[in-house]
Design a binder for this molecule. Structure first.
Ligand code: FES
Length: 174
């Protein structure tokens, strides 16, 4: 009996084949990362850190593979992944905008800044990353510069004494 012709690529014209290629290459990279750290003591954090650096987030397929290789329940891995704010379970944008909604910023109008960003970035509040993958918007607590409130940070650069009118100009720099 002849072997079935196994082809991961889809021939119908959809992009399922290329998506599968991307997934396969991610899985291959994930495997390399897992096996690199597998024999270390307590390898999970090192693996998750490297996933975050390499992929920009923690892809579910990579976490499932980790669960399999380390023989660790997936729920336990998710528990660690969601405990640390450094890790994200969704792809992040090229630039991260963190708007401080701490008390000092809030009373000086941080909510208006946040709303202006939602409008400028065409986000409806349900998704935190723009469709073009350029920006991720997040609310955060005190950034430690209350004297400049209201404050936002883009990729680590602080913008203070904001007004909604200043937001579009700042975004243009990116
Ligand atoms: S409350 Fe916004 S920087 Fe402190």
């Amino acid at each position: 009996m002849s072997e079935p012709n196994v082809n991961n690529g889809c021939r119908c014209g959809c992009d399922a084949g290329s998506k599968m290629d991307v997934q396969n290459s991610k899985l291959k990279e994930a495997d390399e990362i897992i096996y690199k750290h597998k024999t270390q003591k307590g390898p999970l954090l090192s693996i998750l850190n490297e996933f975050q650096d390499s992929f920009g987030y923690l892809p579910r397929a990579a976490l499932e593979e980790t669960s399999k290789v380390l023989d660790m329940p997936l729920a336990e891995i998710y528990g660690v992944a969601t405990f640390y704010s450094r890790f994200t379970l969704k792809p992040r944008g090229e630039h991260t905008i963190s708007v401080c909604l701490g008390t000092a910023c809030y009373v000086k109008g941080a909510k208006d800044i946040f709303d202006e960003l939602l409008k400028e970035l065409k986000l409806d509040g349900s998704g935190e990353t723009t469709d073009d993958g350029k920006f991720t918007l997040e609310a955060t607590r005190c950034l430690g510069c209350c004297g400049l409130s209201p404050v936002m940070m883009i990729d680590g650069e602080v913008y203070g004494r904001l007004t909604p009118e200043k937001v579009p100009e700042i975004l243009k720099k990116y």
